[in-house]
Ligand binder design. Structure first.
Ligand code: UTP
Length: 410
């Protein structure tokens, strides 16, 4: 893309200010800015911004979905486990670690996975994840493919970290890193921020684009060649989660569903977690802020709260369906954030309070693209220890307590 083309694209998008410093840039800076302008879809940003401002509501009808609860899982434990483990042994299952996030709440200043949560000796978050996965690969006596999503902001550090630590004992031939895309950030008027004279402020575009990014990175070849039929996708920050859990995979296989979501019973009706439900009869996740007081307190026929099972960002998807829907458009979410930007004098300002919007797609919106989904209940204290904050709820402290409770030496 040359200057004229870039100018035309920006003028049409109402973002002409991006070229404000053009005359003061050197050749490399000009080239880098043109490349960013070329790869940016300003139309998506504009549409999402408008929808956000107009407060466009989701009018689909929400109704309860039946979860597979602990007693049913217990009754079928042996059979589910065997079915799931056989699938893993036969190479039908892959794992996808979502590690492209910024970890801003934790103030991680780098990949969250390199954070040391140990007390008497170092224990890195990535190490816990690999160790959890190896519980299963040891039982199956075979490694499975582990795909790790990073972003421009943390790719090199993540890859070097795994290399420095010898992949924490995992077979590195089975580990594949891929980068997610970035999305530009705007002010509250929908104008993109610049964070240098030749760069539009951007951040990872949410965890929804993971499969498209895998395809773009050429990883479909491995899925096809090795016959991977299920992908278990999970967040980096839950240090207790079971990965490629044979019980979970076995339940999906035996019930013949194309999607599974691990869920925990909510700690309170208004806990801030997405909840499994049906939207217009399709399995879906309703965000906590969409759950009205009335829905929150609705009871099912057994007297239990009808919207009582929160997702913990651990999903399993069937790959043949993923391939069909990979080009489908996920909705964009507009999130208020603190966005560093350069002021009139070209100085970088780091705001203390939110000053604009980031644009993201979310994995939870993929659930409704599958015709069948099992919300699969797990015991909260056994499988859910997310690290989002430095202290308090969902923090390093709370995760350490839960790890200790589960016999992990810190
Ligand atoms: P969170 O929503 O907790 O976001 O991510 P975050 O970026 O890690 O943390 P904050 O909000 O800035 O404090 C949930 C999971 O999704 C991944 C994260 O790495 C984490 O595993 N994620 C999030 C991505 O892979 N890419 C993204 O763009 C966002």
């Amino acid at each position: 893309m040359n200057y004229e083309e870039a100018k035309k694209k920006l003028d049409e998008a109402g973002q002409s200010h991006v070229l404000k410093y053009w005359d003061s840039l050197n050749d490399n800076e000009k080239e880098s800015l043109l490349a960013q302008i070329e790869s940016t879809d300003f139309a998506v940003i504009e549409r999402s911004y408008k929808a956000h401002k107009e407060n466009v509501k989701d009018n689909r009808v929400i109704s309860p979905i039946q979860a597979m609860k602990l007693p049913e899982i217990e009754e079928n434990r042996e059979s589910f486990y065997k079915t799931g483990l056989d699938a893993i042994k036969n190479g039908k299952v892959g794992a996808v670690l979502l590690a492209g996030g910024m970890g801003t709440r934790l103030g991680a200043n780098g990949p969250k996975g390199v954070y040391d949560i140990g007390v008497t000796h170092p224990i890195y978050i990535f190490e816990r994840i690999v160790s959890n996965l190896m519980d299963v690969t040891s039982a199956a006596d075979t490694p499975i493919h582990l795909f790790i999503m990073t972003s421009d902001k943390n790719h090199e550090t993540t890859v070097s970290f795994f290399n420095e630590h010898n992949f924490f004992g995992y077979d590195s031939n089975y580990v594949h890193f891929f980068k997610q895309d970035m999305a530009v950030a705007t002010d509250t008027e929908g104008k993109v921020y610049m964070d240098s004279k030749f760069h539009i402020a951007d951040s990872p575009n949410g965890n929804g684009g993971w499969f498209i990014s895998m395809i773009n990175a050429g990883l479909l070849d491995i899925i096809d060649k090795d016959g991977i039929e299920y992908l278990n996708v999970f967040a980096v920050d839950n240090v207790l989660q079971r990965i490629a859990d044979p019980l979970f995979i076995g339940a999906m296989l035996e019930r013949g569903v194309s999607c599974g979501a691990k869920v925990v019973k909510k700690s309170a009706p208004d806990e801030k977690v997405g909840v499994m439900c049906l939207k217009d009869k399709a399995p879906s996740v309703v965000e906590y802020y969409e759950l009205t007081e009335e829905l929150m307190n609705t009871l099912d026929e057994s007297g239990e709260r009808a919207y009582n099972y929160g997702v913990i960002l651990n999903y399993t998807f069937k790959t043949d369906i993923l391939k069909e829907i990979s080009s489908a458009n996920l909705p964009w979410h507009v999130v208020e954030k603190k966005i560093p930007y350069i002021n009139e004098d070209g100085n970088l300002i780091s705001p203390e309070t939110p000053n604009g919007y980031k644009y993201e797609t979310l994995i939870l919106d993929m659930v409704e693209m599958f015709d069948s989904c099992i919300p699969f209940e797990v015991v909260r204290n056994r499988e859910f220890a997310p690290i989002k904050n430095k202290t308090g709820v969902d923090s390093i402290e709370s995760a350490r307590e839960l790890l200790k409770e589960n016999g992990v030496e810190l």
